[in-house]
Ligand binder design. Structure first.
Ligand SMILES: Cc1cc2nc3c(=O)[nH]c(=O)nc-3n(C[C@H](O)[C@H](O)[C@H](O)COP(=O)(O)OP(=O)(O)OC[C@H]3O[C@@H](n4cnc5c(N)ncnc54)[C@H](O)[C@@H]3O)c2cc1C
Length: 477
């Protein structure tokens, strides 16, 4: 029987795998990885991402070898590489999992046509979301395609069952004597060769640990960056070393425990809501082809954000003089991850205090995050900038000091990440608001002279932004 090629992309595991299950239904599966320019450039943008990706690919290859197979690696244009492999092995077709950002979506379409023109079956499968975009669209009471608003999406998402493809042993891998190029190595992407445990086993362990304990306190963890209690699963979900279906299914099962306290139940539901948000942004990317290039809200497409600001470099480097913003950005620089609350406040600061375009922020963070999720990044950045799926009448402008007082009252998060403030003996976020910038009584006083002064007057900047926004909105453009 002719083999069927499965092309791995952001789905680097064997368990609960929609793409492998489908490829396996067409024949013995020939596992292939094609590294093209687009992948190289995305992965190479962040050294930590490159290290994570290379470790995940190595773990995938090891798992395939345990099943008597191996990853066939090629470098070059996917169409040409896949056609060559199909010719050499007599494979009848190729399957791979869908991408949700515009650039990759267009490449997928071109690849599909190219393979079909060559007489191959070319199938694209939804594997990244727990619930695929077409499933939520089909269940939509009012008909139509994708959802632009989260609330109706979530109402439908909660009612849908989660498919399971958890039978990797049923997939048979084709034996092949095809030569493989070497596995990708971090140094190819300019990253140091340091080990990162990005295996599916590590992902599953992390998730099991989380679900056993911290998930039941998720509501608190979301508002307490210093405690670091959210799941930290984003990189695993991004590269598919853990299936979103497994996460949602097991979390729903956890909710069946009759001995859960109501606040634990609330936390688990909130965690599921986060997973639904992920699916929501993926479906936005799927149905609204331009979602990563222009605002989802038509009325906001002509609103002009700046591309430059004299304090932009200070924001990029975490030296704005706003401790909570700077702590988030420095956490990102040091770890490749930022706590979700800090992301919100730091992004709001860029869009409203500096009036800088959300795409500038998104592209900046893409150089630091381990996750590689253009559709999710665009969805969140648009949401924060008030031009996307959040349909609030006015943009939600956060006061970075109030956020610090609320989410980091003792300053532990700030002191952990902002070196200049690490040794502040005591901490207080108190100030008289609204107050001129000079009167702000910041917690670090003069002892931390190396820490910068605030780069803007938040109140004045926020009001100026709102004034411009109102003028734009009332002009009916
Ligand atoms: C400006 C901005 C940019 C962001 N960029 C990204 C990004 O590039 N990639 C990314 O995965 N997330 C992004 N997020 C969403 C969220 O902040 C991260 O998913 C979260 O911080 C990851 O930490 P965690 O794994 O501990 O998440 P948890 O809070 O434990 O949540 C579990 C999982 O749910 C998903 N999730 C949670 N919140 C969101 C959300 N708002 N949108 C989409 N998925 C969500 C993630 O996959 C996450 O791993 C962004 C948020 C903001 C405000």
């Amino acid at each position: 029987m002719a083999p069927f090629i499965y092309r791995f992309t952001r789905d680097l595991r064997l368990e609960d795998h929609a793409g492998l299950a489908l490829a396996g239904s067409f024949g013995d599966v020939l596992p292939v990885l094609v590294i093209d320019r687009a992948l190289e450039s995305r992965i190479g943008r962040s050294p930590r991402r490159a290290a994570f990706y290379c470790a995940a690919v190595a773990a995938l290859d090891a798992a395939l070898r345990e099943r008597g197979s191996q990853l066939i690696v090629r470098r070059g244009a996917p169409g040409a590489m896949l056609k060559n492999i199909a010719r050499a092995t007599g494979a009848g077709g190729v399957a791979w999992c869908a991408n949700y950002d515009r650039t990759s979506g267009i490449s997928d379409e071109h690849l599909q046509s190219e393979l079909e023109e060559a007489g191959l079956r070319a199938t694209i499968v939804h594997d990244a979301p727990a619930v695929g975009p077409e499933e939520t669209a089909a269940a939509r009471p009012s008909g139509g395609d994708g959802y632009r608003a989260f609330a109706p999406y979530f109402a439908v998402w909660q009612e849908l069952g989660i498919a399971s493809h958890d039978a990797p042993l049923l997939v048979r891998f084709a034996a092949s004597d095809l030569h493989s190029e070497p596995l990708p190595q971090p140094h190819e992407f300019g990253a140091p060769d340091r080990p990162a445990d990005a295996s599916p086993a590590a992902a599953q362990r992390a998730f099991d640990r989380f679900l056993e304990g911290p998930a039941c306190h998720y509501a608190l963890a979301l508002n307490a960056p210093a405690e670091d209690g959210t799941s930290h699963l984003s990189a695993h979900l991004s590269f598919g070393t853990l299936s979103a279906r497994t996460v949602v299914r097991n979390t729903r099962r956890r909710l069946d425990d009759p001995f859960l306290l109501s606040e634990e139940r609330f936390s688990l539901r909130l965690f599921l809501r986060s997973m639904a948000t992920r699916d929501f942004f993926l479906q936005l990317g799927f149905f609204y082809a331009n979602a990563d290039a222009e605002p989802l809200q038509e009325r906001m497409r002509r609103f002009s954000f700046a591309r430059e600001h004299e304090a932009l470099e200070a924001w990029r480097s975490g030296r704005t003089g706003f401790p909570f913003v700077d702590a988030g950005i420095r956490q990102l620089h040091e770890t490749g991850w930022m706590h979700p609350r800090a992301r919100t406040i730091a992004a709001s600061f860029l869009c409203f205090d500096l009036g800088v375009d959300w795409r500038v922020g998104r592209d900046e963070w893409a150089q630091w995050l381990i996750e590689d999720d253009p559709a999710i990044a665009s969805g969140n950045w648009q949401w924060i900038a008030g031009v996307g799926a959040d349909m609030a009448q006015y943009p939600r402008i956060y006061n970075p000091h109030k956020a610090g007082r609320r989410f980091d009252p003792g300053g532990a998060y700030v002191r952990r990440w902002v070196e200049e403030l690490a040794n502040a003996a005591s901490w207080s976020w108190s100030w008289t608001a609204p107050a001129p910038q000079a009167q702000l009584s910041l917690p670090f006083a003069s002892a931390q002279a190396s820490y910068p002064q605030p780069v803007v007057d938040h109140d004045a900047a926020a009001r100026a932004f709102l004034k411009r926004y109102r003028a734009y909105a009332s002009s009916g453009r």
